[in-house]
Write a protein that binds this ligand. Structure first.
Ligand code: PLP
Ligand code: COI
Length: 351
């Protein structure tokens, strides 16, 4: 498949119910794959094949040499197709890859891959105003065969896209969370600070049990002391104190969230004195607001948190708190080109 099959000029949009999309997989026109072999990356190839031919001894299958990223693409108010802070995702994939001895994709190649795959799927970029976005999922796998526990000598960078709605199905509405103490997400000095699939496998049991009990997800504590908040399964944690300060956990076992980093910048501009520091779980009982943040989760307000036999309720009327709402509006206004992009967070993907 060539890169030039994108409709020129006006795009005939795919026939989807854009405003009611969930955070799920929808088939699109193409994905892109780059292979690292004999010490070099190839030029990458677009394909409509949704499957991967993979060696039965590939290190990603046996020894978890796998990592991924999540990037969002939006159509702005002015009709541009923009990607949010993908340079940060490129850097984070580099950091992750090095931590588990995978071949890091050059940043320029990572960003080229995103642009090429978005351009090949422009008709799947959700229209402005629908609340949906195009989720881009870069995936790096050890594809070379090994039987001993050692790094592969071949890798694949695969990037696919899928149009999505909100990660938590209620969207910008408060969700119920529960603190999990029977399962640790990530160990000190382990891989909690990088985006490897094993961290998500480790969170499946607690996440599924929480949902069965009617909670949206889990808040994990640090694995060493079970005293400080780490993060949620798919997102970072933040809170607003009663005197209006933005507080978010400082921990070596959480993913450095690009959304959280952006919110810290916005919170600073809003005079919320953002602070990253260890957050004792007992503090949840004195916060005014709390939320999850991430590419998929955007800002998801936390309505209540159950901790052992106690529960704190932040949103008794079922509505998000005022500061979380302002942060959400500021962030999404930038992403949608409704507010000036003063930090250079958007990159226009031209056809
Ligand atoms: N924490 C975890 C475990 C995640 O999976 C994600 C999602 O990427 C985040 C935090 C949020 O990171 P970001 O804002 O970069 O998407
Ligand atoms: C993202 O927010 O991009 C993520 O990767 C989280 C994932 C669990 C959906």
């Amino acid at each position: 498949m060539s890169d030039t099959n994108t409709p020129a000029g006006t795009i005939e949009r795919a026939n989807l119910d854009w405003s009611n999309l969930t955070f799920g997989y929808t088939q699109t026109d193409a994905n892109i794959r780059y292979t690292f072999r004999d010490g070099r990356w190839d030029e990458g190839v677009l394909t409509s094949d949704e499957t991967l031919p993979i060696h039965i001894a590939a290190t990603c299958l046996h020894y978890g040499q796998e990592c991924f990223e999540g990037v969002k693409v939006f159509e702005t108010k002015d009709g541009d197709v923009v990607v949010f802070r993908m340079d940060e995702n490129a850097k984070r994939m580099d950091f992750t890859a090095r931590k588990i001895l995978m071949q890091p994709p050059p940043h320029a190649m990572f960003m080229e891959a995103v642009e090429r795959v978005v351009n090949a799927n422009r008709r799947f970029v959700p229209p402005y105003g629908t609340g949906a976005s195009l989720y881009v999922r870069p995936l790096l796998i050890g594809s070379g065969a090994e039987v001993g526990v050692k790094p592969a000598d071949e890798y694949m960078l695969v990037v696919f896209v899928t149009p999505v709605g909100p990660y938590f199905k209620t969207g910008f509405k408060p969700v119920k969370m529960i603190v999990e103490e029977a399962v640790d997400r990530a160990a000190p000095l382990g891989v909690g600070d990088v985006k490897v699939g094993g961290n998500y496998a480790a969170s499946l049991r607690a996440g599924t049990a929480a949902r069965e009990k009617g909670y949206a997800d889990v808040v994990y504590l640090d694995a060493k002391e079970h005293k400080y908040i780490d993060e949620s399964g798919p997102a970072n944690f933040f809170a607003i104190t009663k005197d209006g300060q933005y507080v978010t956990p400082k921990s070596d076992t959480i993913l450095p969230s690009i959304t959280n980093k952006s919110l810290v910048t916005l919170a600073d501009e809003m005079g919320l004195r953002p602070e990253r520091r260890p957050v004792d779980i007992e503090e949840i009982f004195s916060f005014a607001e709390a939320g999850c943040c991430g590419t998929a989760a955007v800002i998801t307000p936390i309505g209540s948190i159950k901790y052992r036999d106690r529960e704190v309720v932040y949103c008794p009327d079922g509505e998000p708190g005022p500061i979380s709402t302002s942060l959400y509006k500021k962030l999404t206004a930038i992403q949608l080109g409704e507010a000036p992009d003063t930090h250079g967070w958007l990159h226009v993907i031209s056809q």
